[in-house]
Design a protein around this ligand. Structure first.
Ligand code: PMT
Length: 392
């Protein structure tokens, strides 16, 4: 359920820190990629090496100089969710008052991802008006809480203030990261279609599906409801609904059956297919002078024609420059066209990077530098969300 999700576990200084080792282990078992940050006082209760052994990465403890210039911003932007467990009254108080004096509080002030806080402290501290004030502030700022529960506390005490159990926290994170019914519905197409000539051969193209799959993954990571119609065989996050297809006809049929708010058509759909499908393998001895081709359906055109409210993004793999792509954007009547010059090194088919130019429905362009396909996916979704907000 958490397969591929990026979880940042922030551990602060309380005896319940020992339970956070179980929590990290449960998260890893659930398929999450887990990174851990510790406050200095957390280190009094549990060693970083324990988390390193469980997660496969050394936890960070300092704002300064361990691995990068700015670990708090890097981690804050990397994660899909942050869990603070255990969360002490001190860390809760810092974040509620905008204080960023250590790696954990600074990261919490930077992140835009959901934050789940699992408080753990003695009953008197939990019930103190200052703590309760801070909790209310954080709740109204959008922070999520789990627990505390009532039960045995440190030093033989008993009462409210016990950290929630690791399995409950994992369940809460799964709920946070699963798409809700009001989330945007995003339809993505990916990969190159294959148009069969006989049972052995087909007409195809060089699209690997990497660009479309990166978009589907990123959209799912943001909590959107994602359907991926793909001609490629690659893993995606488990919350993505995958419809596998092979030909342009199958892609058209699959796309027609999916309702959506946004359609992102990254697939390289064949423009032509062999007019005749041979039932048996065409033999060399019989010879083949020519292959007659027929046009395939235009999947993108069918989507554009479907509903005026649908926000449609087309892709254009071009070899003749951006001017041709601008004409295509206007002809195809898409809201956005993502142009890649497939003759440029590092751009287009098969690789992990792309350099794209966005063209809007008035032909205005926005050129992005060479970056990974994952970064293109993320910026493209930012742009679509921004355009939808402007549209109202
Ligand atoms: O899969 P990768 O290896 O990562 O590479 C994909 C890519 C990076 C090149 C990708 O971003 C891309 O450009 N894909 C679309 C390539 C393409 O088919 O361009 P086109 O100019 O032929 O088509 C324009 C648009 O019409 C596309 O949105 C395409 O999905 C759509 N189309 C085309 C033909 C057709 N019969 N039906 C369609 O819907």
């Amino acid at each position: 359920m958490l397969q591929g999700r990026r979880v940042l576990l922030a551990v602060t200084g309380g005896v319940a820190a020992y339970k956070s080792a179980f929590l990290a282990s449960r998260l890893v078992e659930a398929g999450a990629e887990v990174k851990v940050i510790l406050t200095e006082s957390a280190g009094e209760f549990i060693g970083g090496q324990t988390f390193a052994a469980i997660t496969g990465g050394q936890p960070l403890t300092s704002l300064f100089g361990e691995t990068s210039v700015s670990p708090h911003t890097e981690l804050a932007r990397w994660c899909d969710v942050v869990i603070v467990a255990p969360a002490t009254a001190s860390t809760i108080g810092k974040v509620a008052n905008g204080i960023s004096s250590d790696l954990v509080s600074a990261t919490l002030l930077v992140t835009q991802s959901p934050v789940l806080i699992a408080p753990a402290m003695h009953t008197e501290m939990w019930e103190h008006p200052a703590t309760q004030r801070n909790i209310k502030t954080l709740e109204s700022d959008g922070y999520l809480f789990i627990g505390p529960a009532s039960g045995p506390l440190a030093g033989g005490d008993f009462g409210m203030g016990r950290m929630s159990e690791p399995d409950e926290i994992v369940e809460a994170v799964e709920t946070i990261l699963s798409p809700d019914d009001s989330a945007l519905r995003i339809l993505v197409t990916a990969g190159g279609t294959r148009e069969p000539l006989d049972p052995v051969r087909y007409l195809g193209n060089r699209s690997s599906g990497k660009m479309g799959h990166a978009i589907a993954d990123e959209a799912a990571r943001r909590g959107f409801r994602v359907t991926l119609v793909t001609a490629a065989d690659m893993d995606v996050l488990p919350t993505v609904k995958v419809v596998s297809v092979e030909t342009a006809d199958e892609m058209l049929e699959a796309v027609s059956g999916e309702d959506a708010d946004v359609a992102i058509m990254a697939a390289a759909v064949a423009d032509f297919r062999p007019s005749k499908l041979s039932e048996g393998k065409i033999s060399r001895a019989d010879g083949l002078d020519s292959i007659e081709l027929s046009p395939t359906p235009d999947v993108l055109a069918s989507v554009v024609a479907r509903d005026e409210k649908l926000f449609v993004v087309g892709f254009a793999a071009e070899t003749e420059g951006v001017e041709r792509a601008i004409e295509k954007a206007l002809e195809k009547k898409v809201d956005l066209l993502v142009y890649n010059d497939v003759t440029e090194p590092g751009s287009g088919f098969e690789g992990d990077t792309n350099r794209v130019v966005l063209i809007d429905n008035e032909g205005q362009t926005d050129s992005w530098p060479l970056m990974s396909k994952k970064e293109v996916a993320s910026l493209l979704l930012d742009r679509i969300v921004g355009d939808l907000a402007t549209r109202g």
